[in-house]
Write a protein that binds this ligand. Structure first.
Ligand code: ARG
Length: 575
């Protein structure tokens, strides 16, 4: 059982033994140095202020001492705790024992790829809406963050025991298809022969013409209306555009190693939008405003437009139909939208409307609202203002990883096929890590130098630390049968503490929708291990030390591997 549960259980039974209430106490992990213990609780402080009348003690510090007296007798703590102390104004600090550390390292080793897996989410379902590129355009770098952060959140919640449904809410419906259908028609193009670049060009040239010929707008509108009413000829062309785009996207997803459970794009809700309109009418929420149908929202928000004055349905209406569908089908605890901050207003409107419609409690809807990604010298876009193709960035990352390997002499002893595999894992991992190490809310910078660096907080640095740890235990497997008679040094203790806090970090990163908490935790582990490695040897003569350090190294490797897997980053066994 996880150490935190053992400690919490023991504290709880001590409180009960003293007839104190089960105050909602915290158990905080200490810092890496362990100066104030490995864990601390404020139970005495809370219990004292809650039960003042019932206690015979004068202050919380005294209560803390009394609690310690009881805990000293507690069976579940025998061998686990080396020392407890009461600290002003009334904390109890716990120091874990060497025996515990040893058992813990063994536990990490035994649980292997499952170390860190938990069951807090058992029986609960979460839907994550992520990636969601817009069809008939190349997969641009603008959808990188949603894809990478969304996938990490998916992995994290799954590891915590939730049933997670990933849904790629493809932008495959809407007025922009009216534009394309018009362009294809006017230029007498064969939809079978078009490439995705052609489609983007058609879109751009339409908007150029629009300045001088505003009547073209009506042409596009009427095409979309005909598409919405189900005209077979137009639907056939539309389907081709969707298929063409999906084939393109598949290559990007393959490079990224991302697979999304569902791909229910906006078009999936064509026949479900009427249900929302009916619900809204029934609840008297709809107002006609200049020919459009809207739901007025609270004063600070622009009303939610469901149907435009020309009768076309809106993106917002489709999002409401999506919520209705997801609630009915999955009854989720939470729906997470991993979408950029530019969608803030949109989701405020969607969430507010969904609440009014009675579909779901607004608190169960989360918009991650990630920041922008910029190049080192400004916005990441081509000169014509077009999006930067993600596929190009990813292949460049792999090429750069090859160069880095050549310079640093990495993987040079591996057969060529394996070298290629390593370059792919390093290149792709580096791009993902650059994104995931930062708080999703912040704007991030895309700087090749930092992304593909073997030093500092980078993907390659973590992968390299992992591969080196693997190399050591490859030479000599840790001996699991002996308990070494060894007193860990501070360097070693601080690594164990970090590994010990890994499980909690996973929960925190889920709670805050912040994979960066895991990324930075891994970085700390790698740094501590490398500091240790710089000062000490693992394969020393002294058997007791050697046994201990081998197992420590194995635990570091396992934690890095599991953590990177949560981030969607592969760790090469050899580098
Ligand atoms: N396709 C949209 C865009 O790229 C993002 C969709 C986000 N998800 C949603 N349910 N609206 O701008």
């Amino acid at each position: 059982m996880e150490i935190e549960n053992i400690l919490k259980g023991a504290i709880l039974s001590a409180l009960r033994e003293m007839d104190l209430s089960d105050c909602d106490f915290d158990l905080e992990s200490g810092d890496q140095s362990g100066i104030h213990g490995d864990y601390a609780t404020n139970a005495a402080l809370l219990a004292f202020s809650k039960d003042k009348k019932n206690t015979t003690v004068k202050n919380p510090l005294e209560l803390a001492r009394k609690i310690i007296k009881i805990l000293e007798r507690e069976a579940s703590l025998q061998g686990v705790i080396a020392k407890m102390e009461a600290a002003p104004p009334g904390f109890v600090n716990f120091y874990l024992s060497e025996e515990f550390y040893w058992h813990f390292l063994l536990e990490v080793f035994k649980r292997g790829d499952d170390f860190g897996r938990q069951s807090v989410g058992q029986g609960k379902t979460i839907v994550i809406d992520y990636s969601s590129p817009n069809v008939a355009k190349p997969f641009g770098v603008g959808h990188l963050r949603s894809t990478v952060i969304g996938q990490a959140l998916y992995n994290i919640f799954s590891f915590l025991g939730y049933r997670v449904i990933g849904d790629n809410h493809l932008g495959d419906w809407g007025t922009q298809f009216g534009v394309l259908l018009f362009q294809i028609d006017q230029n007498k193009l064969d939809a079978d022969k078009l490439t995705i670049e052609d489609l983007e060009k058609l879109y751009v040239s339409f908007h150029k013409r629009l300045d001088k010929e505003p009547q073209l707008q009506d042409e596009a509108r009427s095409r979309f209306r005909r598409l919405e009413s189900g005209e077979p000829k137009l639907k056939k062309i539309w389907q081709k555009l969707v298929d063409l785009s999906l084939t393109e996207y598949q290559r990007v997803y393959q490079l990224l190693g991302v697979e999304i459970d569902l791909c229910l794009g906006e078009s999936f809700y064509q026949d479900k939008m009427a249900l929302v309109l009916a619900d809204a009418h029934k609840k008297n929420l709809i107002v006609k405003s200049q020919g459009a149908l809207v739901i007025p929202l609270k004063d600070s928000l622009v009303p939610a437009m469901l149907v435009k004055s020309d009768g076309a349905t809106t993106y917002l209406l489709r999002d409401l139909a999506t919520i209705r569908y997801r609630v009915e089908k999955y009854n989720p605890e939470l729906i997470i939208y991993e979408v950029g901050a530019d969608h803030k207003l949109h989701f405020s409107q969607v969430f507010e409307s969904a609440q009014k419609l009675g579909y779901i409690d607004r608190k169960k809807l989360v918009h991650v609202a990630h920041g922008m990604i910029r190049g080192r010298f400004g916005k990441l876009s081509t000169r014509a203002g077009k999006s930067v193709y993600l596929e190009k960035i990813l292949t460049e990352a792999i090429d750069r990883a090859k160069q880095l390997a050549a310079q640093a002499g990495i993987a040079k002893s591996l057969p060529e096929g394996e070298q290629k595999e390593v370059a792919k894992k390093v290149g792709i991992g580096a791009v993902k890590y650059n994104d995931l190490k930062q708080n999703p809310k912040t704007n991030i910078v895309f700087d090749w130098e930092k992304i593909l660096s073997l030093e500092g907080n980078s993907g390659p640095y973590l992968q390299y630390t992992y591969a080196r740890a693997r190399r050591i235990i490859e030479k000599e497997k840790p001996d699991l049968l002996k308990t070494p008679n060894y007193q860990p040094k501070n360097d070693e203790l601080s690594i164990i503490r970090l590994i010990c806090y890994f499980e909690k970090t996973i929960r925190q990163s889920a709670k805050n929708f912040s994979p960066n908490l895991i990324a930075n935790h891994l970085y700390q582990i790698a740094q501590s291990y490398n500091t240790f490695y710089g000062r000490h040897r693992v394969l020393v003569k002294d058997q007791e030390t050697r046994i201990f350090r081998l197992l420590l190294t194995a635990a570091v490797a396992q934690t890095l591997k599991n953590g990177l897997a949560l981030l969607g980053i592969e760790a090469p066994e050899k580098m």
